[in-house]
Design a protein around this ligand. Structure first.
Ligand SMILES: Cc1ncc(COP(=O)(O)O)c(C=O)c1O
Length: 400
């Protein structure tokens, strides 16, 4: 195997996106090969033994090492400016692996109500069973984070921007707080991707991704990833090596190729999203628009300090035209769109319209929905690569 000569950290984002993390076989393939194999052969018993005990860092078994997965991990680590990356089968398995590694019975996670629905369910329905306690604060209130830390807090976990309300927190301040108290801080960077925001630059310990979203960007495969200092990633790898949420080589290959266009997609999708958010803000049937790059957003300054663009997610709340029938106002608008896909996913080249309270956030309790501000009048858009005027016309007709 020949490794790519491109390892220079100072290279630009797009150069790293197309050139980093490559290794080629003796055939000299230009487009990186797909290593669809579960295991690897050894030249001798000595080599087998060395591979298993780590003296030789060659491939062993695809539950823990595979060249296609490693190429994806190295490229994503380069884009997040992290030392190391671990890829997993989904975003949720990345979150679970993180918790299994750093928490034990009696420990506490300090987190926020503004989380993806399944993350809250994982914390509430699964982790609590193992004696881990979960404390929630308002994402945007730094004072609350400060007050709620205890001696048992071992992990600070958040999304910024959050799904679906695009709330943010000052990452530098939060990372400082975590460092002072020696707590591991983790940011789910799913809505921005490294093309728009690099939490590690703000002092956060670990960045987490649902790579199913913008990193794939075309709605094809499931994956997750965690990026950070090598010593922390190695600890998580020790857990996943035996617990087994390995990323499939084919999915890794798809994602690796997707990273090549990440910045171009994120910038184009963000540009359209901003235009749509500004248009929605003026619409008489809409009471509020949630988008980080709107000047009217009270968190505009913090968001623009840490994000280069607002991202491709726009959420809005409607005035209730049918208060006697819950969901009808939002469902009518959603069902009338023709171009937007009605789906629970986000981060695709095709625009998606979602009703979070009856889909992605329907399985969390009313209490959590209320605390995170997700009402039945909230609609989430994930803006894709269609012509923006077609998307605005589609929304205009649906709203009328
Ligand atoms: C912000 C965020 N984090 C994590 C996840 C979970 O990722 P996955 O669906 O890849 O397991 C999602 C899924 O929608 C998400 O939106």
């Amino acid at each position: 195997m020949k490794r790519s000569p491109v390892t220079n950290k100072k290279l630009g984002f797009n150069t790293k996106a197309v050139r980093s993390g490559t290794f080629r076989s003796k055939a000299g393939e230009h487009s990186e090969a797909l290593f669809l194999t579960s295991s690897f052969i050894f030249e001798s018993s000595q080599q087998a033994s060395d591979r298993f005990d780590g003296a030789d860092n060659g491939m062993v078994y695809s539950r823990f090492t595979n060249p296609s997965v490693q190429m994806f991990e190295e490229r994503l680590a380069a884009l997040e400016d992290g030392e190391s990356c671990l890829a997993t089968a989904s975003g949720m398995s990345a979150i679970l692996s993180l918790c299994l590694t750093f928490l034990k019975s009696g420990d506490e996670i300090l987190t926020t109500y503004s989380l993806f629905g399944a993350t809250i369910q994982l914390f509430e329905n699964i982790l609590k069973k193992f004696g881990v306690s979960i404390k929630y604060v308002s994402l945007i209130e730094l004072e609350e984070w400060k007050i709620e830390i205890t001696n048992n807090t071992k992990l600070i976990y958040l999304e910024s921007p959050s799904n679906p309300l695009n709330q943010v927190v000052d990452l530098t301040e939060l990372a400082k707080l975590a460092k002072k108290k020696r707590i591991i801080s983790v940011v789910d960077n799913c809505l921005c991707s490294p093309a728009l925001q690099k939490p590690l630059h703000h002092g956060v310990d670990l960045v987490l991704h649902s790579a199913t979203k913008f990193i794939d960007g075309q709605g094809r495969v499931m994956a997750g990833a965690i990026i950070g200092k090598k010593n922390l990633i190695e600890k998580i790898k020790n857990v996943t090596r035996t617990s087994g949420p390995a990323l499939a080589p084919f999915n890794a290959w798809v994602l690796y190729k997707s990273l090549e266009t990440l910045s171009i997609r994120m910038n184009a999708q963000s540009k359209s999203a901003k235009q749509i958010a500004e248009w929605l803000e003026k619409h008489p049937k809409i009471s509020r628009v949630f988008y980080p790059e709107l000047k009217t957003n009270c968190q505009f300054e913090i968001a623009m300090r840490q994000q280069s663009k607002g991202g491709a997610i726009v959420s809005f709340e409607l005035f209730d035209l049918f208060p006697e029938t819950k969901n009808l106002t939002a469902w009518k608008v959603i069902d009338k769109t023709k171009i937007f896909s009605k789906s629970g996913n986000l981060g695709d080249t095709r625009s998606i319209i979602t009703h979070p309270s009856s889909t992605t956030h329907s399985r969390i309790s009313k209490y959590f929905r209320k605390k995170s501000g997700i009402t039945h009048l909230l609609v989430r858009l994930s803006i894709g690569l269609e012509d923006v005027n077609d998307l605005i016309n589609d929304l205009n007709e649906a709203l009328s």
